[in-house]
Design a protein around this ligand. Structure first.
Ligand SMILES: Cc1ncc(COP(=O)(O)O)c(C=O)c1O
Length: 409
């Protein structure tokens, strides 16, 4: 597995029975909702307890297993074995599982490459900080500055760092992180590297093939794709300690995705390759089309950041940088407000990955907790809007954005 076509095929054909099923079988398997199974006698119960995790839904569920199998396939590197994938109640829960797994080493520090999703920082500095786990932040310089992220991470490593966490495409400035360099710096210090691949999806980037030890996604975003699911997935290779830990402890920790959410995610996955391809192409076209608009101070798009960004994009993201586009407006928060009010159909919603194009204002939502000074040093201005590009025709989105940019200026 891992050929792009195979990965896309696995997603498109997700959620169905095998093609060799008996005549008349449903094309799409119904969600298995029961939280427990019943047995005719104690012998049958004993046999099930030994061999069948579906006895109780937290341990096993047909719909969940179907989803986890597909998600594992999507993250299988070329020529490699399928990893362990465990679907969780949210993206946050997936990160919590992976950081907990990394703590098996007895080490107690996390290194987080920023900018990153605000909730990641909140989880690490809030509840995990209260448990005695410390986090060191490594800040990428605001674009278009370039940096040697491997050396920056290497400089803060010591024998207490259990794991380095990074997003391949950073949120919300859409810079590209050199994952192989981060993984090397982590490994040289005996630590693990976890990549949040939510913004890129497995159709554009497979972290395990680039040195990461584990991957997480928020299924709430592009993979679910319809803004009707909250979910996550944690993935690690089978022959790694982190994979063993996931396999052994994930269910006991209880952060399991419900079967109906798993079923909706399977439905979303079937169109994910098409949606991501279309949004990626439109986002790239809009990045060049809107760059010279007088209301725009800067456009952020993976690979368009200047410096070594294009070379990094060619090396890590040859199939495109994903369906995200951030626009920094000259007029700050008031210009952002005017633009949002002038949008005809694109809606303001603090998430991403919907079928249709949505916009978020990171300073008000995902990065609100940072405060103005930290936002400014990371390059997240009050005039920054982050668009998640949907499947609408490119010219429709372009016309709507151009009209709104005119109003913002
Ligand atoms: C990049 C990224 N990672 C993780 C998360 C957390 O996902 P969830 O909201 O499903 O917990 C989000 C949510 O916005 C995100 O954008």
């Amino acid at each position: 597995m891992s050929d792009t076509n195979d990965i896309e095929l696995a997603a498109v054909r997700a959620g169905g029975h095998t093609p060799r099923g008996p005549e008349g079988e449903d094309l799409v398997a119904a969600p298995s909702l029961s939280s427990v199974r019943s047995y005719p006698d104690l012998d049958a119960l004993d046999a099930a307890m030994e061999a069948d995790p579906r006895v109780y839904r937290r341990h096993g569920n047909e719909t969940l297993t179907m989803l986890e199998k597909v998600l594992a396939t999507l993250e299988t590197p070329a020529g490699g074995a399928a990893p362990i994938a465990r679907a969780t109640a949210s993206g946050q829960a997936a990160l919590l599982l992976l950081v907990s797994a990394a703590m098996m080493s007895g080490r107690r520090r996390v290194v987080l490459v920023r900018p990153a999703y605000g909730g990641t920082e909140t989880l690490l500095l809030g509840p995990l900080g209260a448990l005695g786990i410390s986090t060191t932040l490594v800040d990428l310089p605001p674009p278009p500055s370039v940096c040697d992220i491997g050396s920056m991470v290497g400089a803060v490593m010591d024998r207490d760092v259990a794991v380095v966490v990074a997003e391949i495409v950073t949120n919300p400035l859409l810079g590209i992180v050199d994952v192989p360099a981060v993984a090397t710096a982590a490994h040289q210090a005996g630590a693990l590297c976890v990549v949040d691949s939510t913004l890129t999806t497995p159709f554009l980037f497979q972290p395990l093939a680039f040195g990461a030890d584990a991957v997480m996604h928020s299924l709430t975003k592009h993979l679910g794709g319809h803004s009707d699911v909250l979910g996550g997935v944690a993935v690690a290779s089978v022959d790694s300690e982190i994979g063993d830990w996931l396999d052994g402890h994930c269910r006991a920790l209880g952060a399991v995705l419900g079967p109906f959410d798993a079923w909706l995610t399977l439905r979303g996955l079937r169109t994910a390759p098409l949606r991501v391809k279309r949004g990626t192409a439109t986002a790239a076209a809009l990045a060049s089309a809107l760059a010279d608009h007088p209301a725009v101070a800067a456009i952020h798009h993976p690979g368009a950041g200047g410096g070594g960004d294009a070379a990094l994009a060619a090396r890590l993201l040859p199939r495109g940088g994903g369906p995200m586009l951030s626009v920094d407006l000259r007029g700050g928060r008031s210009a952002a407000g005017r633009l949002i009010r002038a949008l005809a159909g694109i809606r303001l919603a603090p998430s991403l990955g919907d079928v249709s194009t949505t916009v978020s204002h990171p300073a008000s939502t995902s990065h609100r907790h940072l405060g103005p000074q930290a936002r400014q040093s990371l390059g997240i201005s009050d005039g920054l809007l982050r668009f998640s590009i949907g499947i609408e025709e490119e010219e429709v989105v372009r016309a709507e954005l151009t009209t709104a940019l005119d109003a913002a200026g």
